[in-house]
Structures are given as structure tokens and as C-alpha cells.
Design a protein around this ligand. Structure first.
Ligand code: COA
Length: 192
């Protein structure tokens, strides 16, 4: 006779906390970070993360100057309507947001626009890479055919970063200051 208990063991008590924290990943310099969808209770952390960005990073991300992230805007950014978008954050062991990436699906299209930014103290160690792979996976999961972003022509770091992940570049005829980077999601290419 089988002595297996009929009622399975309850999940490990740490399980809920761990999944709330997100998926762990290691940066190139050995830091342990976590990757997860943004949440409504991230408003204050998102505002602190924004305050750490350099003015130049803000300009490269939103194409204009912006001194702070208002509570209202942060609230909106943390409450993503999953029907039309998705956003992910990379957090450190203290729960501070060290990188953020999001996409918005174009209405009636199989495409989404994306953008991302990484804490200036943590650039160049794979945080953007991890966030971008997460976004690409989400776009594929939704059956989208393309993920695209507008990048300032001068933003060589982002253009190189996207190219190395497999994106193509397209000029935008009416906007010489901008380049469109496109990930074609139908070609079966792997990004990792
Ligand atoms: C562009 C930006 C998001 C890149 O983020 P990042 O975290 O510095 O990027 P990564 O560290 O993942 O990648 C940069 C390089 O670091 C290196 N790297 C270091 N550790 C790595 C790791 N563990 N895994 C992958 N790459 C790693 C790689 O050489 C990588 O080069 P690659 O492009 O060949 O992969 C960041 O510079 C930024 O926030 N810029 C300002 C905002 C901006 O321009 N946003 C774009 C608007 S769409």
C-alpha cells in the first residue's frame, strides 16, 4: 500500500516572499539582483530610482528634460494596464529599483514600443540586458511580431546594445535625430 500523504506539504514559507521579490539574477560584477513585474506599491521606489538618474540619462530616455517624477505619473507607471502594456523592474537586495523597462502595445497592431533605463551606478554590468530579454520574452509570449523603440541618433550606447541583441536599425525620414530599433520576433532568433 502507498503511504504517501494525501495532503501535499504546504509550500515552503519563504516561497511567497521569494516570488514577490522576483527572479534572481547575477550581474557581471557578482551583485544579486531580482527581476519582476512592476507593482502598484513601487511608486516611492520608482520615484527614488528616477531621482538617481543623471539629467543626461533622463534626456536619453524621455527625449526632454524632466526634473522629477511626480507622484501622479509614478502612480500611473506602476499601475500598468496589462491589456496594453507590461513593465519590469530590476531591484537590489534592499528592494531599490535599479532598472526599469516597459512596452506599450499599439492598438490594433501586433507591435509594441519599448524603452528602458538603468541606474547610473549599475550600467555596463548586464542589468539592461536582463531587462531587455525579459521584455522580449513577454512580447513573444503575447504573440507580438515586433518590439521597437525610438532612440536618439546620438545614443550610441543604446544603439550598440540593441544591435548586439539582434535589433535592426531604421532611419525615420521626418526625424533625423531619432533612429528606430526593431526586434523582429517572427524569425525564431534567440537573444541569449
Ligand atoms: C542603454 C542602457 C539601458 C543599457 O543598460 P546597461 O545595463 O548598461 O546594459 P548592459 O550592461 O546589459 O549591456 C551593456 C554591456 O555590458 C556588458 N555586460 C556586462 N555584464 C553583462 C552581463 N552579465 N550580461 C550581459 N552583458 C553584460 C556587455 O558588454 C554589454 O554589452 P552588449 O551590448 O554586448 O551586451 C543604459 O545605458 C541606460 O540606462 N541608458 C540611458 C537611458 C537610455 O538610453 N535608454 C534607451 C531609450 S530606449
Amino acid at each position: 500500500m502507498n503511504d504517501e500523504p494525501i495532503i501535499p506539504d504546504p509550500p515552503h514559507p519563504g516561497y511567497a516572499a521569494a516570488s514577490r521579490r522576483g527572479t534572481p539574477f547575477a550581474t557581471a560584477d557578482g551583485r544579486a539582483l531580482f527581476l519582476r513585474p512592476i507593482r502598484p506599491d513601487d511608486v516611492d521606489a520608482l520615484r527614488r530610482g528616477f531621482a538617481r538618474l543623471t539629467p543626461e540619462q533622463v534626456r536619453l530616455r524621455v527625449f526632454h528634460r524632466m526634473n522629477d517624477l511626480s507622484p501622479e505619473v509614478a502612480e500611473r507607471l506602476c499601475n500598468v494596464d496589462q491589456a496594453v502594456g507590461a513593465a519590469f523592474v530590476a531591484t537590489d537586495a534592499d528592494g531599490e529599483i535599479r532598472g526599469e523597462a516597459r512596452m506599450y502595445v499599439e492598438p490594433a497592431a501586433e507591435r509594441a514600443e519599448f524603452a528602458l533605463v538603468v541606474d547610473p551606478a549599475l550600467v555596463g554590468i548586464g542589468v539592461g540586458h536582463a531587462l531587455m530579454l525579459r521584455l522580449l520574452a513577454e512580447a513573444r509570449r503575447r504573440g507580438l511580431s515586433e518590439l521597437w523603440g525610438s532612440v536618439l541618433t546620438e545614443n550610441a550606447t543604446m544603439l550598440d546594445f540593441a544591435s548586439r541583441l539582434g535589433a535592426e536599425r531604421e532611419a525615420i525620414p521626418a526625424e533625423p535625430d531619432l533612429v528606430r530599433v526593431r526586434f523582429d520576433l517572427r524569425d525564431g532568433r534567440r537573444e541569449d
